[in-house]
Design a protein around this ligand. Structure first.
Ligand SMILES: Cc1cc2nc3c(=O)[nH]c(=O)nc-3n(C[C@H](O)[C@H](O)[C@H](O)COP(=O)(O)O)c2cc1C
Length: 178
């Protein structure tokens, strides 16, 4: 049995939902999973854990800055232990953009950090217009219009391929991603 920590960064909670699904899969394999939210100014001690997973969503083209900050502060344990990273974004609703090499945010992000995660997941996110304030709603509708995605302000669309999430969970559970 391994102890696994999942550190996540979210705005609207979908990355947490993915973490919870991963936890279910990993726990089914007999491991213990702790989920911790990454927030500015809050440090998370990775010391007690044998495997590390970091998950973060994209907003306006970027993961939150605290994600890269946390990674740089913890490069040592991230390199030493089996580890994995996953990104959640709307571009990944297209199957051909769900690979670390083809998803523009993940490609760019990996170039900007000192850790090269041995396992990487890229998952489609969720667009739930009712949750957003006026500015975000207007902006994301515009982005979706450009990307030929849903623009109906009453729509809720989940782009996540849960089978792919389950497979990622099994990979982490099997032997550790490294
Ligand atoms: C205001 C806003 C801006 C967003 N910007 C982008 C973006 O630039 N690119 C993208 O692929 N997805 C973008 N998204 C989609 C989010 O990545 C998606 O909703 C994801 O599920 C959010 O995850 P979270 O709930 O964990 O924060 C945006 C969503 C919102 C609401």
């Amino acid at each position: 049995m391994a102890s696994v920590i999942m550190v996540y960064s979210t705005t609207d909670g979908h990355t947490l939902k993915i973490c919870k699904r991963l936890r279910e899969v990993i726990e089914q394999h007999g491991h213990e999973v702790t989920i911790a939210e990454l927030k500015p100014g809050v440090d998370i001690d990775l010391g007690p854990f044998e495997r590390i997973v970091i998950g973060a969503s994209i907003r306006y083209g970027k993961h939150k800055p605290e994600v890269a900050d946390f990674i740089e502060r913890n490069v040592e344990p991230l390199r030493a232990k089996p580890s994995a990273f996953f990104s959640v974004n709307a571009v990944a609703r297209k199957p051909e953009k769900r690979d670390p090499d083809t998803n523009p945010y993940v490609r760019k992000f990996l170039k900007s950090i000192s850790w090269q995660p041995p396992a990487i997941g890229v998952f489609g996110g969720k667009i739930d217009y009712a949750k957003y304030g006026f500015v975000d709603k207007t902006m994301i509708r515009f982005i979706m219009w450009m990307m030929k995605g849903p623009t109906d302000p009453n729509s809720v669309t989940e782009f996540t391929d849960w089978d792919a999430v389950d497979a990622f969970g099994r990979k982490i559970a099997a032997d550790g991603p490294a």
